[in-house]
Write a protein that binds this ligand. Sequence first.
Ligand SMILES: [Fe+2]
Length: 291
Amino acid sequence: MAGSLHIATVGDIHCGPVSGTKQGGRALELLDGFLAHADRQSPDIIIELGDRITGVDRETDIANMGSVSKAFAAQSIPRAHLVGNHDVMHLTRAENAEILGQPTGHRVVEVKGWRLIIWQADVTIRPGEGLPRIDDDLAWLMAALKEDGKPTVIFSHVPVSGTSMIGNYYFERDQKAAFYPDHGPIRAAAEAARNVVLWVSGHVHWNRVTDIRGIAHVTIQSLTETFTTPPHPAGCFADIRLDDESLRIDTHGRDAYSFSMPRSPMGDGGWLLPKSAEPSETSRTTLAAAE
Ligand SMILES: [Fe+2]
C-alpha cells in the first residue's frame, strides 16, 4: 500500500529578461516565495517542471541557470528537475545537469511506496515543425511502466493530454509546439499500465485538469507568466497530495485553483473506448423505417 505523499511543484520559472508575456526579471523573487512555502510545508519532494530560464545566449543562460540552481541548492528538500525547451536552446542537457548538480535524464524516483517517473522526452521545438516524434522516449516509458506495478505519477515538461488550447496565448495558433505529434500512443501506454494515477506537466503556461480514462492530466501555470493575470505574473506553484483514496491539487498564485478527485480503481479495464463513427443499430433501424 502506498502512503500519503506530498509533492510541491513549480515550473516555467523563466529566469531572464522580459520576454513576450513572461516577467523573467521577477523569477528569482517569486522562486524565493515558492521555496519559503516549501520550507514551511515540508513536502516529501519538490519537482521542478523545466524552463528554468528564458533562452537568450550561452553566457546569459549559464548565468541565469546558475542563479536558479543556487536558490534550489540553498534548501534541503529532495528534488528532481525536468529540462524544458528553453533550457536547451543554448545549453546541453549535460550542462543543465552540471549547473544544477542534479541528473536531467529519464529516471524513476520511489517515495513512500509511489513511483514518480521523471520522463525527460525530447523538448526541442523546430520552427514551423513544432515538437518531434519521440519514439525512443516512448519505448523507455513503456519499459519503465512494465517494471513495477506500484501507483505511479508521471512528470514531463510537455503535456500529453492533447486537450484544447483555445484561449491559450502561446498555443491556440501553434498547437504543434504544445504537444508531441504522437501524444495519443503516449497516453495509451500510460493507460495500458493501469497504475498511473496522475500526469503533471508545465510548458503550456496555464492551469488545466483533463481527466482521460482515469488518469488526471494536469498542467501547472508558469511562475512568471502574465497572460492570465495581466499585468502581474501569476506566481503559480502547486501542492499535490496523494493517498490510497484520492488526489488533491492546490495551486497558489494569482490564478489559483484547487481540484480533488477519487483515485481511479486500478485494473478494472478503464473507460469504454469511444464509439465508432459508424451508425449504431438503433439509428440504422430508424433510417430503414424512414426509407
Ligand atoms: Fe515555458
